[in-house]
Design a protein around this ligand. Structure first.
Ligand code: GLV
Length: 324
């Protein structure tokens, strides 16, 4: 019997690939940049499994061209790059990598919040530009974090982990979520509607997945509700924020500053006006990027592929309905 074929859309640690190769024939995309869509389209017809990243679009056209596909494994917790509804219709399980990146991503959301609040990127540039001539009472003054109010939009694993960190800084925590959650009480947080959260928060941190319902969740009207001293942190998905509205809000002092780990599109164009603003810190989608966590994500993505090929239930499956 011929071996199952799996396409891995980026180089992963060799020992993890070796483990996968014990179960199937693997084809690993070696470039630093993602495989172009036509490469995925051309390969998919022959594949039993695909281990992809959030940069790879696995849409209905790709799935329609994949008569043998038995598993799609995304090395990410988010899966808005995959048409999961269509995969479910076709009976294809889709795996993701939840849990292992929660604390690392929450560390990063908090790090970004702190660097924007205390203007660390600007301060580093100031030193490198040889502007540091003396200690000065007002230069590079930022916003306090301790005791301020943090609004957490979306209260899944990462939102909760960010809120736990905020407790350590003695912050007041507001939460906007649709689901009931005991942890809100345990953290002494308050559950409020989005408008109220935006009006009362000094920091707003976004932790919702990108769906039709959350696309441009933060746009002109929402930014207008925020305090003129407020800071917006987005480590969720770029599409959750309307970038033009954000640019307008940052340039008209509607809000004070923003920190973006994610943009729409990704990568952000080097000509994007957001990159001209001192009050907007943009980093390249690295919230989960610790050496240890990225390794765990690769392990999990491989576990999902192996389970899918063997006809078992994926350990972390986003569409368990396929098994019903
Ligand atoms: C990163 O954004 C992820 O979804 O894992």
């Amino acid at each position: 019997m011929s071996r199952a074929k799996v396409f891995v859309t980026r180089q992963l640690p060799q020992d993890i690939l070796d483990r996968l190769a014990q179960h199937c024939e693997i084809d690993v995309w070696d470039d630093f940049l993602p495989p172009p869509p036509d490469v995925i389209q051309q390969k998919i017809g022959d594949l039993d499994g695909i281990l992809c990243l959030l940069t790879d679009q696995i849409d209905s056209t790709v799935i329609d061209n994949a008569p043998k596909l038995r598993v799609i494994s995304n090395m990410a917790v988010g899966y808005d790059n995959i048409d999961v509804t269509y995969a479910t219709e076709k009976g294809i399980p889709v795996g993701n990598t939840p849990g292992v990146l929660t604390e690392t991503s929450a560390d990063f959301a908090f790090a970004l919040l702190m660097s924007v609040a205390r203007r660390i990127p600007e301060a580093q540039q100031y030193v490198r530009d040889d502007q540091w001539k003396t200690w000065h009472p007002t230069v590079l003054s930022g916003q306090d974090i301790y005791g301020a109010t943090l609004g957490v939009v979306g209260f899944g694993r990462i939102g909760q982990a960010v809120a736990r960190r905020a407790r350590g800084f003695n912050m007041n925590i507001l939460v906007n979520t649709r689901s009931d959650n005991d942890i809100i009480d345990e953290l002494g947080a308050e559950r409020v509607e989005l408008d109220e959260l935006l009006q009362r928060s000094d920091y707003v941190s976004l932790h919702v997945p990108l769906t039709d319902a959350t696309h441009h969740l933060i746009s002109h009207n929402e930014l207008k509700l925020m305090k003129s001293t407020a800071i917006l942190i987005n480590t969720a998905r770029g599409g959750v924020v309307d970038s033009q509205a954000l640019y307008d809000a940052l340039t008209t002092n509607e809000i004070l500053a923003a920190g973006l780990d994610v943009t729409d599109p990704e990568p952000i164009s080097i000509d994007d006006p957001l990159l001209t603003l001192n009050n907007c810190v943009v980093v390249p989608h690295i919230a989960s990027a610790s050496v240890a966590t990225r390794r765990k994500m690769a392990e999990m993505a491989v576990d999902n592929i192996i389970a899918g090929l063997m006809g078992g239930t994926l350990p972390t499956c986003v569409n368990p309905r396929v098994y019903k």
